[in-house]
Design a protein around this ligand. Structure first.
Ligand SMILES: C[S@@+](CC[C@H](N)C(=O)[O-])C[C@H]1O[C@@H](n2cnc3c(N)ncnc32)[C@H](O)[C@@H]1O
Length: 254
């Protein structure tokens, strides 16, 4: 399947699932786990400086992770390619007590370059909201996060190279997704949701090599948490509960 066909399949799937996304307890559980992992692994959350962070989130979806992070950081720009997921995100922004002063927003973009006009526009809008006037250089971020999205990305080296460019010097990545621990990882997605999935999880050694090869320092890829989830009957195996390890991929731009 070509990457544009896979993207279309993904967008169609997520547009359909968007309105029910947050009602799935497993979606909420993994995002809470990702949020807790980010707080454990990203130093700014431990040293009390997280309110200085400008965050970029790749594949923000309906904002389950974004809205957990937003109160703890200075700003958060989410990006996603599925308009239905972004409609759900925007409905949540609209329901805030003061939407016009929210420190987060989301844009529909396939991130391929740090200077993308949508990302730059979103970062500028949030900066204006917090009273900043003018910004000479393109906006860059202190932290890039992403949860359950890497397995949809066609070229991981290309994405990591873009994320590197999106960061300020000293900025970090903290990317979470389920681990490809072999053929047993395939049932994470039921058969009907596998179209558009680029890989059945991420591989620890492969991610270390790619992040390292991109030029990041302090590279670590570790198991951050485990999700127990029901998988469907397939290939003679019954429906059953399985444990899926999730990795957190870390690195710092010098
Ligand atoms: C499994 S969902 C996870 C959503 C959210 N992070 C969560 O955990 O609730 C994957 C999300 O990534 C988005 N996505 C897929 N490929 C993408 C890409 N190349 N760039 C940005 N978003 C993408 C999808 O539209 C979808 O919203």
């Amino acid at each position: 399947m070509s990457s544009s066909t896979a993207l279309e399949a993904n967008n169609a799937r997520f547009n359909t699932e968007a309105s029910e996304w947050d009602a799935n307890k497993k979606h909420v559980e993994t995002c809470n786990n990702a949020f807790e992992a980010i707080k454990r692994y990203v130093p700014a959350f431990a040293d009390g400086s997280s309110k200085e962070l400008d965050v970029l989130e790749i594949g923000c979806g309906t904002g389950l992770l974004s809205f957990a992070l937003a109160p703890h950081v200075r700003s958060l720009v989410g990006v996603d390619t599925a308009s239905g997921m972004l409609d759900a995100f925007n409905a949540k922004v609209a329901s805030l007590a003061s939407p016009a002063s929210a420190n987060l927003c989301a844009v529909n973009v396939l991130v391929q370059e740090a200077d993308d006009v949508h990302i730059q526009g979103a970062a500028a809008a949030l900066a204006t909201r917090r009273g900043e006037s003018g910004h000479d250089a393109p906006y860059r971020f202190d932290l890039v996060v992403s949860h359950l999205t890497l397995h949809h990305i066609p070229s991981m080296p290309d994405l990591l190279a873009t994320l590197f460019q999106c960061l300020k010097p000293g900025g970090r990545i903290a990317l979470t997704d389920y681990e490809d621990f072999g053929p047993e990882a395939v049932p994470f997605h039921p058969k009907k949701k596998r179209e558009g999935v680029e890989r059945h999880g991420i591989k620890k050694d492969e991610m270390v090599e790619i992040i390292d090869g991109t030029g990041f320092n302090e590279v670590r890829v570790e198991q951050a948490f485990v999700l127990r989830k029901e998988v469907e009957a397939e290939d003679g195996k019954p429906a059953r509960e399985m444990e899926f390890p999730f990795l957190i991929c870390l690195g710092q731009r010098s």
